[in-house]
Design a protein around this ligand. Sequence first.
Ligand code: SF4
Ligand code: SF4
Ligand code: SF4
Length: 257
Amino acid sequence: MKSTKDKSDGYLKCSFTSSRRDFLTGTARAACGMSLLGLGLGLYSEVGKTHPANTLRPPGARADEEEFLGRCVRCGLCVRACPYDCLRLAEFGEPTATGTPYFIAEEFPCYMCPDIPCVKACPTGALDPKLTDIKDARMGVARVVGTDRCLNYWFNHRCLACTTICPVRGKAITLEKEIWVKSDGTKQLRFIPTVNDEHCTGCGMCEKNCPMARYGGGAAIKVLPLSIVKREDQRYHRRFTPEEQKAIETKAKAKTL
Ligand code: SF4
Ligand code: SF4
Ligand code: SF4
């Protein structure tokens, strides 16, 4: 575009001298920008429908994620009400829907306040006010995810960390006796941490306090969102195949040499 002065009246007038190449370049840039924006919005809307496996919603959060997102107005009042600062609001660019509350159990678990201030603070019911007993909360469910890391499976110790720290003690997670038949036919008694789904609130205290959390690879027990857990897996008692068992014993032997 070029500005010229009209000699007849002295006013400034504009005349367009855009070339065909400028026009096509501009159009292509605009189209490219729009498609990137579309891609960004598409990804953003996918983010809105889900959240990563290590992020958990506060107590009382509507189990249906879409319903929760529809009700949550991103005010952050639940976050402000939490006396343990375990809740945070997702920031733009995080995989959880922006502005919505969540916690990461391995960093800051929920301390299961008896008066549930986060739920009381929620003005919309995104955190269900019908939750009046924190032991009825279902923020997720714990799973022993590292049988090659759990001290009781792997090293045949009698670690009590997860069972003693659990606020729903004696109910949500218990140690179950199991006879381990080794590949050479000898038997050994093991005490297997076993989560009872009907009592587990998903608070994450077990994950935070598992001694293996201090070593690379993380806790042997993790709390997962209910949406991704297969309920039938609730008692993890799968026996190792002979090949797996042999590999485990070889590894253990190498460690003790
Ligand atoms: S129950 Fe207490 S610790 Fe847990 S999220 Fe709510 S306010 Fe925080
Ligand atoms: S605290 Fe960790 S290592 Fe100890 S029994 Fe529980 S899952 Fe296993
Ligand atoms: S998440 Fe762990 S500590 Fe919390 S109730 Fe369940 S088993 Fe107990």
